[in-house]
Design a protein around this ligand. Sequence first.
Ligand code: BGC
Ligand code: BGC
Length: 638
Amino acid sequence: MKKKPLIISVFLIIIVTVVGIIIVKYDGQTEQPAQKKVVYLDPEALIEDRVQDLLSKMTVEEKVGQLIQAEEKSVTKDDVKDYYLGSILNGGGSFPELNVEESSTRELWEEMVDSYQDGALATRLGIPLIYGVDAVHGHNNVKGATIFPHSVGLGSTRNIDLIREIGKATAKEIKSSGPNWTFAPTVASVQDIRWGRSYEGFGENATLVADMGVAYIEGFQGTSISDLKQTSKVVATAKHFIGEGYTDGGKNQGDITQYTEEEIIEMDKEIYEKAVKAGVRTVMASFHSIQGLKMHANERLLTGFLKDELGFDGFVISDWYGIQQITIDHNGNSVSGLKEQIKVSVNAGVDMLMQPENWRETFKLTLQLVNDNEITMERLDDAVSRILRVKFEAGLFENPKTDQSLADSFGSEEHQSLARQAVSESLVLLKNDEVNGQPIFNQLPEMDKIFVAGKNADDIGNQSGGWTITWQGESGDITDGTTIVEGIKEVASNKTVTYDVNGKGAAGYDVALVVIGEEPYAETDGDTNDLNLKQVDLETIQNIRTEDPNIPIIVILVAGRPMIVTEQMDDWSGLVAAWLPGTEGAGVADVLFGDKDFTGKLPISWPTHLDAYDNRDKFDEYILFDYGFGLSKSEVTP
Ligand code: BGC
Ligand code: BGC
C-alpha cells in the first residue's frame, strides 16, 4: 500500500507552497512600505502637476524626442525607445506589415500600433506615443471601416448632431485599431473649387465650417476635455491653419497675395476661435503661405494669434515635411537647410515636427539647436509641456494600448446605418423638372422600369474618393460597401432595375439614372482648371439619348465639388449632387425611392463657368446655383 506516503507528500508540498507564498507576500510588503505615488503616474493628480513633474524628470534628449513624429514605414519599435520618440503617423496609403492593401486590416493595425507603444513604454519614463492617422471620413486607411461622406457632403446636411455622431463613431473605429489621434477635421473655408482639397472642407462659409468643425471635434474628443480620456475618444486636429481656402487660383500649398494676414484672420477667425473653445487639442499648420511667408514660419499667426490671442494650449503639429518649405522667416530673412528650418518653425510656434523619413536627422539637429541655445530651454519646455498635456488628457498613460472591447464597433451595422443616413441627408437636389405635369422626383417611387448607367454607379472606389485606403484613392473594389446601384436594387426591389455602365439598352425604361462625375484624387493631383464632364460621361448620356430621345434623364453627380454642367443640363429632367458618399451607397436610393425627401443645401456656390474665380468682382454673374440652394421632391426648378 503505497498510497499513504503519496498523500502525505502532496500534503507537505501544499503546506510548503502556501507558507512560501505568505512569506514572499509579507516580504514584499515590508520591503516596499506604502511608497508615495509618482505624481506624473497618478491619474488623480492635476494634469498640470503631472506635466510639471514629468518635465522635471526629463533629460534634454528625452524632451527633444517628444517633438519628433516619424512615419511608420521608416521607424522601428527600437527606434521609438532609443530616440524617445513622441509620435508616429501612418500617412495615406501606409499600411501594416507588407505594406500592401490586403494587410490593412483592423487586427494588423492593432498589433502594429500596440507594438510601437511597447517601445515607448520601455523607455526610462514610459511616456506613451501619440499615434496619428488621417481618418478624414471614417477610419479610411483601414479595409472594412465605415466610410462616411467626405466633408463637403456633411456640410450639405447642415446637421450638426449628425456630424457629432459621425465623429463619435469614427473615434471608436480608430481606437479599435490602435491610433489615438486623427488629423481631422479640415476646417478650410473653400473659396475656389479648382482646389483639389475642396471636398475635405465643409463649404465656403466660415460660420458653417466653424459649427461643423466644432461638432466633429466634439464627436472625436467629447464635449469637454475631461471626456477625452475615455478609451472611445481620439485627439482631433483642426487643419490646416489658417486660410488655406484662399490661395491664388485655388492652388494647393499655394500663396495668398490678394489678402493680408489681417484680412485672413478677419475671415477665418471664427473657425479657430470656436475650435479652440471646443477644446481641439492639436492644430496642423498649413503648407500655404500668405504674402510669401509660409505658415510654418509665421510666428505672428501661430504664436501671436493662435496661442496668445485665442489661448490655444494644445500643440501645433507641422504638416508632412512642411517645415522644409520655409524659405524666409517672419522678418523676411532668408532661410535654408533643415537646421535653420527647424529653428525658424519651432521658434515660430510649431511644437511637433512631422518629418516622416528624416526624423533621425531632425532629432539630431533639434538637439544641437537646443544645446546651442538657438531654441531656448523655455521654448522647448513649452512645446514638450503642450504635448505631454495632451497625452495626459487623452488618458494615454492609463490606457496606452488598444481597448479590446471596441473591436465590435469597427465597421459595425450601427455605424453603417449612420453613414447611410448621412448619405441621404447630404444629397442636394438641383434640378427637378415637371414631366407629364408632375415633378420627376415625385414620380420616381411610382415608376416600374429603372435604367441605371454611368461609371460611378457601381464603384466603391469612385464613390469614396481620395483618402480612401490609399492616399489619392482608387477606382474599383477597394473596400467593403454598397455601391449606388446595389443600393437602388436593394431599396427598389419591387422594380425592374437594369444597369449598363455605358448607357446601352435604355429604350423602354421609365427613367434613366446616370451616375457620373469625378474619379478619385487628393491633394495637389486634384487641382484642376477643367471641371467639365469627361468624354466618357458625355458618351454615356449620348448613348441613352440615341436609343431613346424621350426618356427622362436624371444625372447623379458623384464628385468632390461642383462640376460645370451649364451646357448639358437643359436636356436633363433632374440633377442631384451626391458628393463623395463613401461606402453606404444605399443612402442615395433611400431618398430616390424611399420615404425620405431631399434636405441637403449647397455648402458652396455652384458656378456656370470656372472663369467665376478669375472675375471675383463679377462672381454673382457666374452663379448657376447659389450657396444654400436645394430643392425638395415636390419643388420644381424655378
Ligand atoms: C496633408 C495632411 C495630412 C498629412 C499626413 C499631408 O500631406 O496635407 O492633411 O494630415 O499629409 O498624411
Ligand atoms: C503620404 C500622405 C502625405 C503625402 C504628402 C504621401 O506619400 O502617404 O499621407 O499626405 O505623401 O505629400
